[in-house]
Ligand binder design. Structure first.
Ligand code: DHB
Length: 314
């Protein structure tokens, strides 16, 4: 077996490996740290933080679906003040590379969040959640409109120090994800996280009512992986130089490899952590094995490789 060096550069930041948590699946790291040292991850992506504390949407907020999970959490969280006082300092002191996810309901809120997060030491990157499905008004899903997505991205970019990457998290619920990707990259994003959850819903045949208190919710888990791989593939084909972090239904090292082959240079592991909290670190070692078995020495050697094996580059 080849010796594999998992060191990865993503959007100009050097990480010990290409595996991160996915935003929203492990709060700010304390819970997962009971299962493994969060500093051993490539990076830890925090639950999207908003300006004010929020209690979220009505319960029930989660529902199982075949090969997936629906959630309508509604961006529950402590607000930026408490996050910066308690959560981020813990993560940074722990030695983790902290990627801070921010979510606003107006451009001004994103600006304020970016300014405050950008002023903190130890932030490895800012992930801009412009694609949360659980907002009252679909018109506020900035990632569904290339022009609005660009406006938010440009404003956030202005507030964050130049050496801190800005990653735009895109929604698959669009007709043309390449158009949104091009728009946010032109607006100054350093890279892309793809994909956020898909908007879904479930109805209980016994109660004859929607299962989720919020009616609709975000669909995640293995069922969405082919959609995520397709999005990464399309954007990498259009813009091969753009750093992409692949996310959507990754459970194993082989799943992570699939995203690298499609064109991602790093991956995020999310929903699987709810039933296997050790999964992110397991994916790290499984990915090393998958690369070694095939004779590769580092992840960068396989990024986008499937495009070279395909007759169709689109
Ligand atoms: C939330 C839920 C999601 O599925 C998501 O992708 C982002 C945010 C939430 O409701 O908090």
């Amino acid at each position: 077996m080849t010796d594999v060096d998992l060191t990865t550069n993503v959007a100009g930041v050097t990480l010990p490996n290409p595996v991160m948590t996915a935003s929203g699946c492990a709060a700010s790291g304390r819970e997962l740290d009971q299962f493994f040292d969060v500093a051993e991850l490539g990076a830890f992506v925090t639950k999207s933080i908003m300006l004010q504390p929020r209690s979220g949407r009505p319960t029930p907020r989660m529902a199982e679906t075949p090969s997936g999970m629906l959630n309508s959490i509604g961006l529950q969280g402590p607000g930026i003040e408490a996050f910066l006082a308690n959560d981020l300092p813990w993560l940074v002191a722990r030695g983790a590379r902290a990627v801070v996810s921010i979510a606003g309901s107006t451009v001004g809120e994103y600006v304020e969040l970016a300014r405050r997060v950008g002023a903190c030491d130890g932030v490895a990157a800012v992930e801009v959640n412009i694609s949360c499905p659980n907002v009252e008004n679909r018109g506020l899903v900035f990632a569904c409109d290339p022009a609005q997505a660009a406006t938010v991205t440009a404003e956030v970019r202005r507030e964050v120090p130049a050496d801190v990457p800005v990653l735009a998290k895109l929604s698959p619920d669009v007709t043309d994800i390449v158009a949104v990707a091009e728009s946010v990259m032109s607006a100054g994003a350093t890279g892309l996280s793809m994909i956020n959850t898909l908007l879904g819903m479930a109805i209980d045949p016994d109660t004859l009512r929607p299962v989720l208190g919020g009616v609709t919710g975000g669909l995640s888990g293995p069922g969405i992986r082919p959609v995520a791989v397709r999005c990464v593939w399309q954007v990498h084909a259009a813009m091969p130089e753009v750093p992409i972090i692949g996310v959507g239904g990754i459970r194993t090292g082989a799943d992570a490899l699939e995203f690298l082959l499609a064109g991602a240079s790093a991956v995020q592991v999310g929903t699987v952590t709810f039933h296997d909290p050790s999964a992110p670190m397991r994916v790290v070692s499984e990915l090393a094995d998958e690369l070694a078995r095939r004779g590769y020495g580092k992840p960068a050697e396989v990024v986008g490789l499937a495009h070279q094996r395909s007759g169709d580059a689109s």
